[in-house]
Design a protein around this ligand. Structure first.
Ligand code: NAP
Length: 287
């Protein structure tokens, strides 16, 4: 099967590399063209536009930063939609809102193509290791066809129903993650302020019901307040919180804690931390 990949950022480059390792022939495009180089070295074909990717592929995958970036590669004369053949597949794995993903589904349909949204949970390392959680929704026929691809990129893959369901699932998931990280940073700030040993504090957390990989991975970086290697850019976490709040508002559900967590992330963005790892939220928490 000929696969196209558009959007070779932190996640897309690692996911495409796993497909390449599995032997799939890739046509690729990225706005910053130099990011194509490692995949080209592995045998991928770099083409001139998202449309050209679609024209060269049976299935096109996109992994973009936000809804505006999805529209930028999807729409217009050089966009993915313009290049989709009848019966082709378009899979958007970006984290976006329900309206964006449902529009992508409708546009694919106008070309006689099939569509899946398939946002992922898991960060840089799971993307590299092929151990993401993939939440897919949309055309079941396309899901059944591309399951072997998903199994190369993820260790848990599920089908959530009609397009929009996976976006909802992903946003609810990330709301929990943002809130957990902020609670953890506040606990660490308090522990530091009152003179506790931070390593011991983390040991206590890790021994109980709150033990989780995120606290373990981010804990020492937060304790040191140093430069964080970027796995999940802070600006993307704020985007997810904003979209989760919008989803809740559309559903008539007040979310008091998430609203506060979002304000903290907005403060971090204003402090210039958008391109840092989201663990840098610790820098706007505490004294
Ligand atoms: P990233 O490293 O910032 O990459 C974003 C990609 O979008 C890049 O290829 C970038 O192109 C492209 N892009 C942005 N604006 C564009 C525009 N206007 N036109 C064309 N291309 C544009 O992001 P990422 O971390 O890979 O995340 C990708 C998606 O996965 C996001 O929706 C994020 O929320 C989600 N996600 C991320 C993680 C994580 O831990 N990183 C985990 C789960 C889900 P350039 O290279 O040219 O800038």
């Amino acid at each position: 099967m000929k696969i196209g990949f558009v959007g070779l950022g932190i996640m897309g480059s690692a996911m495409a590399a796993n497909l390449q390792k599995a032997g799939y022939q890739l046509a690729i495009w990225n706005r910053a063209p130099e990011k194509c180089a490692p995949l080209v070295a592995g045998g991928a074909t770099q083409v001139s536009s998202p449309r050209a990717v679609a024209e060269s592929s049976e299935v096109v995958i996109s992994m973009m930063s936000n809804p505006a970036a999805v529209a930028a590669v999807r729409d217009g004369d050089n966009g993915i939609i313009a290049g989709l053949a009848t019966g082709a597949g378009y899979i958007d794995m970006s984290t976006v809102d329900v309206q964006t993903t449902q529009l992508s589904a409708r546009l694919a349909k106008t070309r006689g193509a099939l569509f899946l949204e398939a946002p992922v949970a898991g960060s840089r390392k799971p993307a590299e290791d092929g151990t993401l959680t993939i939440m897919a929704a949309g055309d079941r026929l396309l899901y059944d066809t591309v399951l072997p691809l998903f199994n190369r990129m993820g260790k848990k893959v599920l089908f959530a129903g009609e397009a929009g369901s996976a976006a909802r699932m992903k946003l609810a998931n990330n709301l929990v993650m943002g809130g957990m990280l902020v609670a953890f940073c506040e606990g660490m700030a308090l522990a530091a302020k009152v003179g506790l040993d931070l390593a011991q504090f983390q040991e206590v957390l890790d021994a109980g019901a709150m033990s989780n990989p995120m606290f373990r991975t981010k804990g020492s970086m937060i304790a040191q307040q140093g430069d964080f290697p970027v796995a999940f850019p802070l600006k993307h976490m704020q985007k997810d919180l904003r979209l989760a709040l919008q989803l809740a508002e559309d559903a008539g559900l007040p979310l008091f804690t998430t609203a506060t967590v979002n304000e903290l992330f907005k403060k971090a963005l204003a402090a210039g931390l958008g391109d840092s790892d989201f663990a840098a939220i610790s820098r706007v928490i505490g004294g």
